[in-house]
Design a protein around this ligand. Structure first.
Ligand code: GLY
Length: 354
């Protein structure tokens, strides 16, 4: 518990206790010092293949950032996953726009792309922005031109499955326009009959620590389903969807990006860890900030609690980790101690029965 006075520590833990926070998951942080004996890689539930791949690569000597990017690339390239990359749910015009950012702890560098079209792996383009420009962030057409210059292959990212989701949304979201659903719903694979895609903020964050205590992270997404073209969430914003500090750790987020941007979410997690909170405590601290700043009636339930979810993930440079959500019920992916598994989030509120 470096960088923390005894009084600050008791204040921070008392503040958490006072919220009535429910702690469902194991907090691995307490009393952990030094560096881990092997890689620790954390991700969202849909990143279970990413944690496996990244940990394997780190064990074989790969850099932590190369490893987490290679991990999320598996999902970015998977047409069946509708949350990121190829196969992501498109914007309201039916065009897939991707956001991603990366941070490399050892060199304190960062790269980011937003509203990137036609490239399956925005995380790799973000890494290229970090390595081959004097900038941190490229957006839209500029990001596409930069990716083309670096030889990234261009593809139509709208899969048949995602197009059917979008068309179903288009034909059903208003009865005041001229788009009509089919009289007889389509059947079969990727027909509309079996499509029940709600709005979602599907995203992958993946953060890692190696046995030397080096930390890195990546966040990648296709963003909010059916978003207004040009809408950018938290995922590509350094300090919101991802933040890495080599003296502290790495943290990232998934869920409602607007709430995370307004509270500088991942940066808030890392600063809380810097001042002595464990990763789990720090994630809960940042979630409480979101609850506190959600003043809009349309975003609150009758009991005043948010009607959306946000999840934070964090790993310290000692290998301690934690994942927390506003609402109970979810799991995050973790590779630690040689096993790749899902663990339940710690959470603020018990999700009511549907
Ligand atoms: N967290 C992903 C997004 O809001 O775009």
């Amino acid at each position: 518990m470096t960088n923390l006075s005894r009084r600050d520590f008791f204040q921070s833990t008392a503040a958490i206790a006072a919220t009535g926070v429910l702690a469902a998951a194991t907090d691995t942080t307490k009393a952990q010092t030094g560096t881990p004996s092997g890689p620790v890689v954390i991700s969202s539930a849909n990143g279970i293949r990413a944690t496996d791949k990244a940990a394997t690569m780190i064990r074989a000597g790969a850099d932590t950032l190369d490893a987490v990017i290679a991990g999320v690339n598996i999902v970015e390239r998977d047409p069946e996953d509708n949350s990121v990359g190829y196969g992501g749910i498109p914007n309201e015009d039916g065009v897939v726009e991707l956001d991603a950012c990366v941070m490399h702890g050892p060199t304190c560098r960062a790269g980011s792309v937003a509203s990137l079209r036609n490239i399956k792996t925005p995380s790799l383009v973000a890494q290229k922005v970090m390595e081959r420009t004097d900038h941190v962030m490229l957006v839209g057409d500029g990001a596409s031109r930069f990716a083309r210059a670096h030889g990234f292959e261009e593809t139509n990212l709208l899969t048949e499955k995602a197009r059917k989701h979008w068309l179903r949304w288009l034909e059903n979201h208003s009865n005041q326009d001229d788009w009509l659903p089919p009289e007889v719903p389509d059947k079969g694979q990727h027909g509309t009959a079996d499509l029940t895609v709600p709005f979602h903020y599907g995203t992958i964050n993946c953060c890692a620590c190696n046995e030397k205590g080096e930390v890195s992270g990546v966040t990648t997404t296709s963003g909010l389903s059916y978003k207004i073209p040009g809408r950018v969430g938290d995922s590509p914003i350094i300090g919101a969807g991802l933040y890495v500090d080599r003296h502290v750790g790495a943290a990232g987020s998934t869920g409602r990006g607007e709430a995370v941007i307004k509270t500088c979410g991942a940066h808030t997690v890392i600063e809380a860890m810097r001042h002595g909170m464990s990763p789990t405590e720090a994630c809960l601290h940042a979630l409480k900030r979101i609850v506190d700043t959600t003043t809009e009636k349309r975003l609150r339930r009758k009991d005043g609690r948010p009607n959306f979810d946000v999840k934070f993930y964090a790993v310290s440079n000692t290998g301690a980790y934690g994942g927390a959500a506003i609402w109970s019920g979810g799991k995050f992916s973790i590779n630690q101690g040689g096993t790749n598994r899902h663990e339940p989030y710690t959470y603020l509120y018990e999700r009511p029965e549907p």
